[in-house]
Write a protein that binds this ligand. Structure first.
Ligand code: NAD
Length: 521
């Protein structure tokens, strides 16, 4: 009998709680069996939303939004101050839910609970300043001026993936709500519980009922009605789905922020301190069982230190403790589902069949649980292999050697993706010079991924096929608003005066253009 069979569901995840959570879904269609990943046992039947349910969710959200948008920003922010406390106080319970539905290990579940409070802290500080009307100079000094007024989009549709269900279900909604919008979120069916619980905490903190709606279902069933009713779409998921969402949003002429996949490289320079690097790189590759959009799937090591660095990394990977437990024991948890485990296994099998070598790992572990896969290090991966070019999204990494830094940068950039990259060096300036040449929305220096993601003041998004737009930073809130340009002319001074020769007027106007430039206006 495997370890998984012995796992006991956390006491906090009671049948009563599960029923209460799923009753919040607007769903009158069929139901979907939501399972505990470690055991494969059914936890609860998740209601599925019909197009009529989704329309009703939007109608209720829209009515609630009209009232919410009239609240002063400071009053809206107060809700999130209380919510911050509630989320932190309930972190362990949230982590229980995240673990049962996603199978990730305890450390990652706890870290995930910290994301919405961190996002809240940033926007609690910034929202009033960002949303305050801003005065701008008009075309004619003194008698004209313009005011930039930030108007909420209305109802924002959020489509979230399963890998960080609580973070992606809640964190992207926080700036949307603070900006005065309502939200309709569609979590992944597999991982709807933790966002549902998070929303109940927001309501306990004073978020008006009806403002934050949840619809559930398979993406292609729910997506079209959701996008067609939304005023803006925030999507996190694969590049393939992002393209479908972006096309539909484009047809509807609404804005969309698309946070997509990656094939993230790490470049290790030849002066790297090995102990520090190996620990961080191991987390960067295997953290969340390799199911982090920003996790590392390609490592470029200098020829001069290849054998030493490879040995240290492979040893660390081989000794990672993998297991199914609701405590801090295992360093590596499960993949999200048996289907995903098969996909990861297929990437490894394809690479091996085409000549790659497995340095450690490489196998599924049904003896531990239905979706466990060993931390896997490959060598000899080439671009004709599936995992050489497309995202595996599992605990699998390829080691490559390089001779010159130019070559390493060229190889790192040789991808359709551009989400995250990592550069390691004993000399920060040297690493920064490399970072400047990497085509990526995020670059972590002397870290794999967490520093960039946790820097909530700096916008974070993908370039190339990794996305459009960004979350975090000021633009992470302003994207959920339209700028209304309200301009005032106090006196009719633009244009020729009655009886004035038009040539003389043009002459005067061109001179004043030069003057204004000199005055710095
Ligand atoms: P996915 O694209 O299959 O699904 C994501 C969400 O979209 C789910 O809720 C799904 O039900 C929904 N969906 C699927 N098809 C849809 C459709 N036609 N219309 C509307 N919705 C649809 O992705 P996934 O497998 O759940 O998540 C893993 C992917 O997400 C990886 O590629 C990972 O890199 C990416 N990701 C990116 C970020 C980021 O910030 N860039 C963060 C987390 C995950």
């Amino acid at each position: 009998m495997g370890i998984g069979a012995d796992v006991r569901r956390p006491d906090s995840v009671t049948d009563e709680l599960l029923q209460r959570l799923v009753s919040r879904v607007r769903g009158s269609g069929s139901t979907w069996e939501l399972t505990e990943v470690y055991t494969g046992e059914t936890l609860v039947e998740l209601p599925q939303s019909t197009p009529a349910d989704i329309e009703a969710a939007f109608a209720e959200a829209r009515a609630a939004q009209e009232l919410w948008a009239r609240w002063p920003v400071a009053k809206r922010v107060e809700v999130f101050k209380r919510a911050h406390t509630l989320l932190v106080d309930n972190a362990l319970k949230v982590a229980d839910l995240i673990q049962v539905e996603s199978g990730k290990n305890r450390r990652m579940a706890i870290e995930e609970t910290c994301d919405p409070p961190m996002v809240m802290s940033y926007y609690i500080r910034r929202a009033e300043k960002l949303l305050k009307p801003k005065k701008h100079a008009g075309p004619v000094p003194v008698v004209s001026g313009a005011t930039e007024v930030r108007v909420p989009k209305g109802v924002v549709g959020i489509i979230a993936p399963w890998n960080f269900p609580f973070a992606t279900g809640l964190s992207d909604a926080i700036p949307a709500l603070i900006a005065g919008n309502a939200v309709v979120v569609k979590p992944d069916n597999k991982t709807a519980l933790s966002p549902l619980f998070g929303i109940s905490l927001l309501e306990e903190a004073g978020l008006p009922k009806g403002l934050f709606q949840v619809v559930c279902g398979e993406g292609p069933d729910v997506g079209p009605t959701l996008i067609d009713n939304a005023d803006y779409v925030m999507f996190t998921g694969s590049t393939a789905t992002g393209r479908v969402i972006g096309e539909r949003a484009g047809r509807n002429l609404i804005g969309a922020c698309l946070e997509l996949g990656g094939k993230n490289p790490m470049i290790v320079l030849d002066d790297v301190p090995v102990e520090e690097w190996v620990e961080s790189a191991s987390f960067g590759v295997f953290g969340n069982t390799g199911q982090i959009c920003m996790h590392i799937e390609r490592i470029y090591l200098p020829e001069s230190r290849y054998d030493e660095l490879k040995a240290a990394f492979v040893e660390r990977a081989a000794n990672l403790k993998i297991g199914a437990a609701y405590d801090f024991g295992p360093e590596i948890g499960s993949l999200v589902s048996p289907d995903h485990c098969e996909r990861v296994a297929a990437h490894v099998e394809d690479a091996v069949a085409k000549g790659a070598t497995v340095l450690t790992g490489g196998r599924a572990r049904p003896d531990i649980g239905p979706a466990f896969f060993e931390p896997t290090v490959l060598e000899g991966v080439t671009t004709d292999m599936v995992c050489g070019v497309t995202e595996t999204f599992g605990p699998v990494v390829a080691l490559h050697r390089y001779r010159t830094v130019d070559e390493a940068i060229k190889l790192a950039n040789d991808t359709d993706y551009g989400l995250n990259a990592s550069v390691w060096s004993g000399d920060i300036a040297r690493a920064e010079a490399v970072a400047a040449r990497i085509e990526s929305g995020n670059v972590n220096i002397n870290d794999a991924l967490a520093t960039a993601y946790a820097s909530k003041g700096s916008p974070s998004g993908g370039v190339k096929q990794s996305g459009v737009g960004a979350r975090h930073g000021d633009q992470g809130l302003l994207k959920y608003t339209d700028a209304k340009n309200v301009a005032v002319l106090k006196k009719q001074v633009m244009g020729a005066r009655p009886g004035q020769d038009y040539g003389a007027y043009v002459d005067q106007m061109l001179k004043s253009l030069k003057l204004m430039r000199k005055l710095g206006r």
